[in-house]
Design a protein around this ligand. Structure first.
Ligand code: ZN
Length: 398
C-alpha cells in the first residue's frame, strides 16, 4: 500500500520518499514508493507527470493492493528519492476537477439532474447528466450558478469518514464501500465522495465556461472548461470570429447576418448560373443541329462532334441531352477541362454508345460507362481526348 500524500495536501509539488521496488517492464521501469504525491489515473482525472530524481515520470497508475505505480523512462535506484510533479499540469487538473464538482452540484440544485460520469480531457472536460433534455437557458443558468460559487471564493475541504458517517453528514452521491472514505466539501454547497485532487478555495478555479451540449445514449453530455482553459477557449473563439469578420469586412456582431446574406447570394448565383447554362446549351444545340439538318432529312443518323476547351462535365451532359432529344442524332462531346467525354444518341438507334465509349476510352487510357443511349467518362491526359473522339467517329461511320 502506498501512502497518498495528495489525499491531505493537493498543493504538495515536491516530496521525499523511499523506492520500495523498481522493475524493468517492456523497456520502461515500474517504480513503487512508500509515499507519493503523484496522482494515478482514476475517477475521470488523468495521471500526473514529473520526475523521480532525474528520470521523467511518463505514466502513473493504480497497482494491486492499493499501490501507486510510477512508470519511468530510465531506472530509479532503490533507497531515498526526490519526487517533483509537473505543477502546471496538476493545477490545471485541480481546476477542471473542482469545477466539475461545482457544476454537477449546480445541476442537482437547479434541476435535480445527477451526474453519471465525468471525463477530464486534454482540451475539454465533460459530464454526462441523467436529464430528460437540456435547453440553452438551462445550460446558461447552470454556468452562471457555478461561476457565482467560484466568485464567492468558498473553502474546499477534505473530510474522512465511513460511508455511514458521510451519509449522515449529507452527501450528493452515496457509496457502498467499506472502510474510511474521503469526501470533498465545498462550503455550504456540496459534499461528494472523491479521491481526486482539488483546489483549496473555489476562487482558484477562476471561471467555468460551458461549451457544447449533446445527447449521448440516454444521457446529456455537457462540455466545459475551467481556469486558463476557459480563457484560452474564449481567445480562440474570438480569433475565429475575428477572422470571419475580416473576410466579410464587417464587425463581429454582424458576422451571422453577413454569412446568412452571403449564403443567400451564393444560392441565387447558383440558380442564375444553371439558368444561363440551360439557355447556352439550347442555343448551342440549335446551332449544331442546323449544320446537320440536311443529313437528318435523308433519314440517316447524323454524327455531331464537338470538343470544348473549358466546358464543365455538367455542361456536356446538358448539351448532350438536348441534342439526343432530337430524332436521329449521335453526339460525341468532349472538353479539355477535366478531360470529360459524353456520348449520347436519340432513342431508337441501334448503336450501343456505352460499348463505344468503353472501347474508345480504353484506347485513350480513360474510363467511364452508362446506358445504351447515354454514356460518359474521362481521360486522364487531355491530349488523348482527340484520339478518343476520332476513334468513336470512325466506328460510327464504318
Ligand atoms: Zn473530485
Amino acid at each position: 500500500m502506498t501512502e497518498r500524500l495528495y489525499y491531505r495536501d493537493s498543493f504538495l509539488r515536491e516530496f521525499e520518499a523511499q523506492v520500495v521496488s523498481a522493475e524493468a517492464v517492456a523497456g520502461k521501469w515500474h517504480v513503487q514508493l512508500d509515499r507519493t504525491a503523484f496522482y494515478p489515473t482514476s475517477g475521470g482525472q488523468p495521471n500526473d507527470l514529473g520526475r523521480l530524481g532525474s528520470p521523467a515520470v511518463l505514466d502513473v497508475f493504480e497497482g494491486d493492493g492499493h499501490t501507486v505505480v510510477h512508470v519511468t523512462g530510465a531506472p530509479v535506484a532503490e533507497g531515498p528519492v526526490h519526487g517533483a510533479i509537473d505543477w502546471e499540469r496538476r493545477f490545471d487538473h485541480m481546476q477542471q476537477h473542482t469545477g466539475q464538482h461545482l457544476l454537477s452540484a449546480a445541476f442537482v440544485e437547479l434541476f435535480r439532474w445527477p451526474t453519471v460520469s465525468f471525463h477530464l480531457g486534454r482540451e475539454i472536460s465533460t459530464i454526462d447528466l441523467a436529464a430528460p433534455g437540456i435547453d440553452v437557458q438551462q445550460l446558461e443558468q447552470a454556468g452562471r450558478r457555478t461561476n457565482q460559487i467560484i466568485f464567492q471564493d468558498r473553502a474546499v475541504g477534505v473530510r474522512f469518514g465511513t460511508a455511514q458517517e458521510l451519509a449522515a453528514a449529507g452527501i450528493r452521491k452515496e457509496v457502498q464501500r467499506e472502510g474510511i472514505l474521503r469526501a470533498i466539501e465545498i462550503e455550504d454547497f456540496d459534499r461528494q465522495p472523491c479521491g481526486g485532487t482539488h483546489v483549496a478555495r473555489t476562487g482558484q478555479i477562476g471561471l467555468v465556461l460551458l461549451r457544447k451540449c449533446e445527447k449521448v445514449k440516454q444521457n446529456w453530455r455537457v462540455e466545459f472548461v475551467c481556469g486558463e482553459r476557459a480563457a484560452r477557449a474564449a481567445r480562440s473563439d474570438l480569433a475565429t470570429l475575428g477572422e470571419a469578420a475580416r473576410h466579410l469586412s464587417c464587425g463581429l456582431a454582424e458576422v451571422p447576418a453577413m454569412v446568412g446574406r452571403a449564403l443567400e447570394e451564393r444560392q441565387a448565383g447558383h440558380r442564375e448560373r444553371q439558368r444561363l447554362l440551360e439557355r447556352l446549351a439550347e442555343v448551342e444545340a440549335q446551332a449544331l443541329l442546323a449544320t446537320a439538318a440536311e443529313a437528318r432529312e435523308g433519314g440517316k443518323a447524323h454524327v455531331l462532334v464537338r470538343l470544348f476547351e473549358d466546358a464543365g462535365a455538367d455542361y456536356l451532359r446538358l448539351l448532350a441531352t438536348k441534342l439526343a432529344a432530337v430524332p436521329a442524332v449521335q453526339a460525341l462531346l468532349g472538353t479539355h477541362a477535366g478531360g470529360h467525354v459524353v456520348f449520347a444518341q436519340s432513342a431508337g438507334l441501334s448503336v450501343d454508345m456505352n460499348a463505344l465509349l468503353r472501347d474508345c476510352l480504353g484506347v485513350a487510357g480513360g474510363k467511364g460507362g452508362g446506358s445504351k443511349d447515354f454514356a460518359q467518362g474521362s481521360v486522364r491526359d487531355p491530349a488523348a481526348l482527340e484520339a478518343a473522339l476520332k476513334c468513336a467517329l470512325e466506328r460510327l461511320r464504318a
